[in-house]
Design a protein around this ligand. Structure first.
Ligand SMILES: NC(=O)c1ccc[n+]([C@@H]2O[C@H](COP(=O)([O-])OP(=O)(O)OC[C@H]3O[C@@H](n4cnc5c(N)ncnc54)[C@H](O)[C@@H]3O)[C@@H](O)[C@H]2O)c1
Length: 311
């Protein structure tokens, strides 16, 4: 099959690798020329990790994956090749207005038969389906990070998504060795509806000085079996993406628990994006041995603890 993928960041690269290593041709585009240029090599490296984890003996696995990937710095050339793709997958920033603007520009250029997948982690597929002008063939395929190592894919049909699109998507994902499951079209779907409020609560407790990064993660790891705990997970998701997801879910639900904590905003403002930027809740100077940071300068305390100071 042929995939056209727009967005080659953390998740775009995961999907590109997944598609390419399962034998599909992948054509991709990103407005950030640097991200785009680094994509094939990053995907080859990711395929190497997959080969190691799943004990794939083929020494050519990484190179074969690399060969299935083609990048386009020119949007018009990308859209030209996308015309005979089977699936058009968007993996750009978590921003509903941006996604809808991009889809309303690009999807009408493609033949009707092309199926549209969105890797959004929280946004309304009905809005995106309408913006792209093909609601029957629009569906969310929310992969988990890193896509080639985490089997789960949340499949979210919209109100107008056809049964054929659901069946095609499920079968294609199964053939790609993914584990698709159906989830509702509500802000955050199933996984993030549960996970995001919990992650934001963790940041708020840190902000109030009630918990430290290391204790928080050790606690979740040793008590609930969460492999990374919550703060390390923030660092892999990246703080800008967490901020965007929280804000979009808040705007869609008005749930105050989803309003992004100040600490998260400050980290984004200071360029503390997480593992990829070298600093987040952990210091990643040595990526094999991340060190929990002392974030006490960000601690504002809790409102109830401050009332004593109002006298
Ligand atoms: N990070 C995660 O753990 C995670 C997990 C699941 C789902 N998601 C979802 O995946 C999507 C992408 O997230 P990410 O973490 O890969 O973000 P990212 O910031 O790593 O990458 C996004 C990419 O999109 C590109 N982009 C932005 N606007 C564009 C445009 N108009 N045209 C072309 N390219 C454009 C950017 O240059 C960037 O390279 C979001 O919808 C996010 O919610 C993220």
């Amino acid at each position: 099959m042929k995939f056209a993928i727009i967005g080659t960041g953390v998740m775009g690269r995961g999907w590109i690798t997944q598609c390419a290593m399962t034998g599909h041709a992948v054509h991709c585009f990103d407005t950030n020329a640097e991200m785009l240029a680094g994509t094939p090599a990053a995907c080859e490296q990711l395929a190497g990790k997959v080969a190691k984890k799943f004990k794939i003996e083929d020494p050519e696995f990484g190179r074969k994956t690399f060969q299935n990937i083609k990048t386009y710095a020119d949007k018009a050339a990308f859209m030209q090749t996308a015309k005979d793709c089977d699936v058009f997958l968007e993996v750009i920033f978590e921003d509903l207005k941006l996604k809808c603007a991009v889809l309303s520009e690009l999807l009408p250029q493609l033949p009707d038969k092309v199926v549209f997948w969105s890797n959004t982690s929280s946004l309304d597929i009905d809005m995106m389906g309408a913006a792209g002008g093909r609601p029957e063939r629009s569906i969310v395929t929310h992969g988990m990070n890193p896509v080639p190592l985490m089997p789960g894919v949340e499949v979210v049909p919209g109100a107008k998504t056809s049964a054929e699109t659901v069946a095609f998507t499920r079968n294609t994902l199964l053939e790609m060795k993914k584990a698709p499951f159906l989830a509702p079209n509500i802000p955050g779907f199933w996984v993030n509806r549960l996970l995001v409020p919990q992650m934001l609560d963790a940041v708020r407790l840190l902000e109030q000085g009630k918990i430290k990064v290391e204790d928080g993660d050790i606690g979740l790891n040793t008590s609930l079996g969460h492999p990374q705990g919550t703060f390390k997970l923030h660092d892999f998701v990246t703080t800008p993406t967490m901020l965007r997801v929280a804000l979009e879910m808040y705007q869609a639900s008005n749930d105050p628990r989803l309003y992004p904590p100040l600490l998260l905003m400050r980290m984004v403002k200071n360029g503390e994006f997480g593992a990829s930027s070298g600093k987040g809740f952990y210091d990643w100077s040595d990526p094999r041995n991340p060190k929990a940071r002392d974030l006490s300068r960000y601690v504002v305390g809790a409102a109830e603890d401050m009332t004593g100071q109002l006298k």
